[in-house]
Write a protein that binds this ligand. Structure first.
Ligand code: ATP
Ligand code: MG
Length: 489
């Protein structure tokens, strides 16, 4: 029962606790025998003592089945401000109401919580619900119990994630203000730390992305520079050969014609000429020489084509968007990877099946897109070097290691480039992470884990397209590059 200086008044205007002269008196009577008044308080809306203008406030949820406790708490705290923000109150009269309120007001800073309500441990159940089910670890919880027997401090503080434990009978007005302010301070600090944390996480993400791009750009630009250098060095000598081959053939044919004319006019030459003709197998030479020229012609054509492809691949410096022949980008990349496609001690030759559709020139960053082809094709070769799977991605069956490249136009405005391999595929957990920077399953030193993350940003961010992958263990892998065809005008 209330003591002399805890006199309760039922008048709405009267303070229902008379505070002592020092303005600090006991606020809450012993709960036993205390009858709640029949005050109408629905318990599910904020008390209208929050500031009229929408300023940031500290939300305090009072959970107690005794309406007097609600009133007394408001009387004690209504003029409180902390860090220039006022307090606003939410009221629940049972654990169930409180569950609803905390769910709908996750930004509640503090809960002043009774233990015994609809059940003996309703308050403790609520603590469990807030921490374990809602995963709300920010809100500060002060347990205020009138019946410590139901929730002994020593065990409650160990078993439940509460932030303070108070007996109602020990709480004077000033003490309540003190615990509330100190709880609001911790809540504010937690929010500040959380905010800093997310800022740091964002900054770290950004740094990682930038680092990824720098490393990959560096990797590709040194590859591009090397390729461009090699192409340039080969270009001059091959031009000599290519340019002179035609004249050489004409000269040699002239010489052969001269010899034939000699033969016609001197059918029986002197012995020395006959001996030389026999020693060089002149009839065979006559027959073979044109074939030799043909194959030299074909060889030098091929070298010219290779040089062109190398130059095409190394156009990394071309930073602006321009109309590009996608197929020539893929072919150039395959050419650079040619040595890895050939049979070696570890695997038979990797077959490349090209199913190219009719594509228009596509406006894109050619160097960047070639990087994407390079990354995806290198990964396919890496996978096929480990083993060959079922090729489960499509109905086709190939027993040999195979890469299949398909291109097509979709809906008249998109280009789809599908690059599939019948390697051993990957598990779902790997598949989920392949586009993450630095994710690699390759041994240290052989993979940086950047190939696909940079490819993703080239296709998605730089070209506004889409890059997807389907794969399953033992069933091969397919990447689909999907780029929008748009006009440069
Ligand atoms: N065709 C594929 N078949 C099986 N696994 C693949 C295939 N392509 C990618 N992966 C998986 O995705 C991971 C990430 O690939 P990514 O290209 O980003 O990095 P990496 O190849 O490991 O290293 P880097 O490309 O930087 O040298 C690979 O380590 C591999 O586990
Ligand atoms: Mg890779």
């Amino acid at each position: 029962m209330p003591s002399e200086n805890q006199r309760v008044s039922n008048s709405a205007t009267d303070a229902f606790f008379v505070f002592a002269d020092n303005d600090d008196t006991f606020m809450f009577a012993d709960e036993n025998g205390e009858e709640p008044t029949n005050e109408d308080n629905s318990g599910s809306q904020a008390v209208p003592n929050s500031p009229p203008t929408p300023v940031a406030v500290w939300k305090v949820l009072i959970v107690d089945d005794d309406v007097l406790i609600h009133r007394a708490t408001i009387l004690a705290l209504e003029d409180c401000t902390f860090e220039s923000k006022r307090l606003t109150f939410l009221h629940a009269h049972s654990g169930a109401q409180a569950k609803y309120l905390i769910q709908t007001h996750p930004d509640t800073a503090l809960i002043l919580l009774d233990v015994v309500m609809e059940t003996d441990d309703a308050g403790l159940q609520l603590v469990q619900y807030i921490r374990a089910e809602l995963h709300n670890y920010h809100v500060r919880i002060i347990l205020r119990t009138g019946q410590p027997g139901e929730a002994p401090e020593a065990s409650v503080i160990l078993d439940y994630d509460i932030n303070d434990y108070r007996l109602k009978t020990e709480l004077t007005r000033q003490k309540l203000i003190t615990v509330v302010i100190s709880s609001l301070r911790s809540y504010g600090n937690i929010l500040t730390i959380e905010n800093r944390n997310s800022e740091l996480t964002l900054a770290l993400d950004y740094l990682q992305q930038t680092q990824t791009q720098l490393i990959q750009a560096e990797k590709m630009s040194s590859l591009g520079q090397m390729v461009a250098g090699v192409a340039h060095e080969i270009n001059n000598p091959i031009n000599f050969i290519y340019g002179n081959l035609f004249h050489t053939e004409t000269y040699v044919q002239g010489l052969l014609k001269l010899i034939k004319t000699y033969q016609e006019h001197y059918p029986t030459p002197v012995q020395a000429i006959q001996t030389t003709a026999e020693s060089i197998d002149f009839p065979f030479l006559m027959e073979d020489l044109p074939k030799l020229f043909d194959s030299m012609q074909a060889g030098s054509n091929r070298i010219k084509h290779i040089v062109e492809s190398l130059r095409n691949f190394s156009r990394l410096d071309e930073a602006e968007i321009k109309p590009v022949d996608i197929h020539s980008g893929i072919d150039s990349t395959l050419l650079i990877l040619q040595h890895r496609l050939q049979a070696n001690g570890q695997h038979p030759e990797i077959a490349v099946i090209k199913e190219y559709g009719q594509l228009p020139l596509v406006n894109c960053y050619v160097g960047a897109l070639n990087q994407v082809f390079m990354n995806i094709l290198s990964n396919a070769i890496d996978a096929l070097e480990i083993g060959t799977g079922d090729w489960g991605i499509t109905s086709e069956t190939f027993s040999l290691p195979t890469i299949r490249i398909r291109t097509e136009i979709q809906n008249a405005n998109r280009v789809l480039i599908r690059i599939a391999d019948n390697g051993l595929g990957m598990s779902e957990s790997i598949l989920k992470r392949i586009f993450n920077p630095f994710f690699t399953t390759k041994p240290v030193g052989s993979g940086t884990g950047l190939g696909l993350s940079i490819s993703y940003s080239i296709v998605v961010k730089q070209h506004g397209g889409n890059l997807t992958c389907s794969s399953a263990p033992g069933k091969g892998t397919e990447f689909v590059i999907d780029i929008f065809i748009w006009s440069l005008d």
